[in-house]
Design a protein around this ligand. Structure first.
Ligand SMILES: Nc1ncnc2c1ncn2[C@@H]1O[C@H](COP(=O)(O)OP(=O)(O)OP(=O)(O)O)[C@@H](O)[C@H]1O
Ligand SMILES: [Mg+2]
Length: 132
């Protein structure tokens, strides 16, 4: 889905909750996924100039089911990625908890960013990794 306005953040969160429930995720894990989606969507709205897209889908590997979140934008990119992944770092007076929070809540977290070209984040939560 396109994420360009604040109201899209809540919608993306709802879609994530529904997909997690459909795949059999327990409520706590569904909440991790939904929170991650809303943090990434909020970054699209507040940091990525023209917004971006969030794609959600089921993924499978050797007997495991998971949810994959792909968050893409063609915005300014993140010049200091190391700092952006630290708790409390924000360039617009936010809490700076979004990206480090998503990294903690999800099992897999990959981020590719090019200053001036945009950012792509892929994060996955696996159902059987729930208590790791
Ligand atoms: N999609 C993006 N495009 C450009 N910069 C981004 C993007 N996402 C995050 N950033 C940069 O990384 C910083 C850290 O992001 P993070 O989500 O952790 O904190 P925040 O958005 O500033 O505050 P919070 O999410 O707690 O409200 C941001 O302040 C911003 O500079
Ligand atoms: Mg944020």
């Amino acid at each position: 889905m396109a994420v360009t306005d604040e109201y899209h953040i809540a919608h993306a969160r709802q879609l994530a909750t529904a997909m997690a429930a459909e795949l059999g995720f327990p409520p706590v894990l569904a909440c991790y996924v939904a929170t991650s989606v809303s943090e990434l969507a909020s970054n699209l709205v507040f940091h990525a100039t023209d917004g971006g897209t969030i794609t959600l889908g089921p993924v499978r590997r050797a007997g495991q089911v998971g949810i994959e979140i792909t968050c893409k934008d063609n915005g300014p990119g993140i010049p200091d990625l190391h700092s952006a992944l630290q708790d409390g770092f924000s360039t617009n007076g936010g809490l700076g908890g979004g990206l480090p929070g998503v990294r903690r809540l999800m099992d897999d977290f990959e981020i590719i960013t090019r200053p001036g070209a945009g950012t792509r984040i892929v994060a996955r939560k696996w159902l059987s990794c729930q208590w790791q």
